[in-house]
Design a protein around this ligand. Sequence first.
Ligand code: FES
Length: 122
Amino acid sequence: MNSITPQEQDFSPTSSSTVNPKADTKHSVLVCQYRSCEKNGSAAVLAAFESGEIPGVEVTGSNCLGQCSTGPTVRVLPEETWYCRVQPQDVPEVIERHLLHGKPVARLLHPRFHPYAQYYIP
Ligand code: FES
């Protein structure tokens, strides 16, 4: 059993962070690098976002985002979009559709935060 309560979890970014210096930051992408997500490949997900060098997007590895059973978890700010079970091969689609063109990837949205997304996001 996990002994860390939500109140004890540290949601702050870890020291791993990349910012594209060519543009002002429009989005921040947090990729959980904590226990469950790490076991499910979140390091490769973070690397895929970092290699994208997306204009205006800050990519950061984070501590637990509180969605451990559905990781790897990715949170996009400031709009509070939550993705679950993200794999490295999903990252190019998130970059192209969401970060570059403002359309979230419905099939990856976390149902806890976006319960009806599949009905209104093409
Ligand atoms: S371990 Fe990633 S959300 Fe908790």
